[in-house]
Design a protein. Sequence first.
Lengths: 319, 319
Amino acid sequence: MSVLRVTDIGSFHIGGHNVSLAGLPPRTLVLTRGAEAQAFSADGDYETGQLYAQYVRLADPKARWPLLLWHGGGMTGTTWETKPDGHPGWQSWFLRAGHDVFVSDAVERGRAGWSRYPEIYAEGPHFRSKQECWELFRFGAPEAYATRRGFPGAQFPIDCFDQFAKQVVPRWGMNDAPTQAAYDALVAKVGPSVIVTHSQGGNFGYTAALHAPGLVRAVIAVEPSGAPDPEGLDLTVLRQVPHLLVLGDYLDGNPFWQGIMARVNRYVAALRAAGSTADVLDLPALGIRGNSHFPMMDRNSDTVAERVQAWMTRVGLMR
Amino acid sequence: MSVLRVTDIGSFHIGGHNVSLAGLPPRTLVLTRGAEAQAFSADGDYETGQLYAQYVRLADPKARWPLLLWHGGGMTGTTWETKPDGHPGWQSWFLRAGHDVFVSDAVERGRAGWSRYPEIYAEGPHFRSKQECWELFRFGAPEAYATRRGFPGAQFPIDCFDQFAKQVVPRWGMNDAPTQAAYDALVAKVGPSVIVTHSQGGNFGYTAALHAPGLVRAVIAVEPSGAPDPEGLDLTVLRQVPHLLVLGDYLDGNPFWQGIMARVNRYVAALRAAGSTADVLDLPALGIRGNSHFPMMDRNSDTVAERVQAWMTRVGLMR
């Protein structure tokens, strides 16, 4: 493996604000073995709404702008790191391709932290079971969960499914506004940058570009689970912001994903109508078959990354 | 800044096991803007009890073994990364000093994820307010929270206290056993290594050395919030495992911390009685004054790191 010449590895939290709580009942807790039991009041001040971002900066980047890697729902930045099968993921691949890379944990998950409910978040989280992951992420037919038989030709390493499930974190359904605000703050802090999203991150990436078309230099949406409704939006601000949509396999005949694709395709069509570059990397149509909802964790993740990288070069994102 | 020559940046989850839940009520949720409302059952399988670790490996490490950096309670691995004031933290410092570094998020926090209660965890988490942090972490007198006046001579960057508070995550009181098991699994996976702990991590690091004295090459406990009861333990297994205790300022006259120190000092004395090296880096006694419970985030964090590094060299941890 070649040596990466790194100038800086670091992290920060950005976004969020203070909230003050009062009138909560005290609890008595022992928080460390051997420590005294203490009475704790939950009354007081808390930060909420921040996200976490970690960066690796190269001595000689070949890309013009850093990549911001934004994960999907119920996941964290680990989406982009080492794959569940132990092989290098996209963080590593794109660093070696010459990009500075920022991997973030969005509001409510991972190192971003989360806030108590119902006092700060209105309701409790959704815990996503392995069965739900199996079906939603198109690893195999629902009835094949018990036997762990993946779709024919599946690129996802099915024998690493339990390892994948260790990455799954609780998620909420009503944190879109603070999450978008924190992502917008991240873009403002980093400056000109290229956003790569996965799943739930798609909406946030598309919207971040609309909010800061002068800073977002491209949006690459991998398997987005939604897109803005173009009705009433002025997409002409995105004429200089190329968009790429990356789609895996097994979408045909899946009503849930077909519903999502209808909304995403409408947004792609509206981008084109407004004069923006909006390309589609439809992997099965290119003969690259078997990709799940997580192409960056599939066995052929390098192949998919190469296609994305070729597009980046083509639209002028490299030096 | 000098260039780090890095061979590998990656991460993994380790430890944990499956738990299956049944009989939970379904919920209807919209999980992404524009997606259909769906009925979700929480019945199913979940992974619980894993931890997350991220590593940076150097082309030419000067240390004989990797450093494992274990954070304290209510915190994540960000403890060791960029400081709240934006300056490089200990992850960066020890990488530049020639150590491979593993930063982890323990069970129940950060990228390790957390599990539902009361079905998997027996009870809900404790949310630590800023007021509690301010007092517990010895940034200033309790009554000075409102005015944010730190202790006289405080090295903690008080004007970055809210930024610090963005790093704080919920914590539980009863996850010691799965956390220890996951840390032990981490040591077994990494192999010979040096553990650096903070606060709640102290107990886990001390115990990990007792569980694997042939793998843990040293334990550096920064401001531990507890230590094992030496009664009935055979500490002679640790004769080849040097221990260093690092203490900040403002411990005198603080009854909570004096209680903890009594237990930690008893463990240090027992280590020495058993023939182990157990040194103390008492910063104020050395004329290094003003350190909080978080010396790795204080303004003089480099000075403290230099002292730790000198001890590492002295006890033979460098090549």
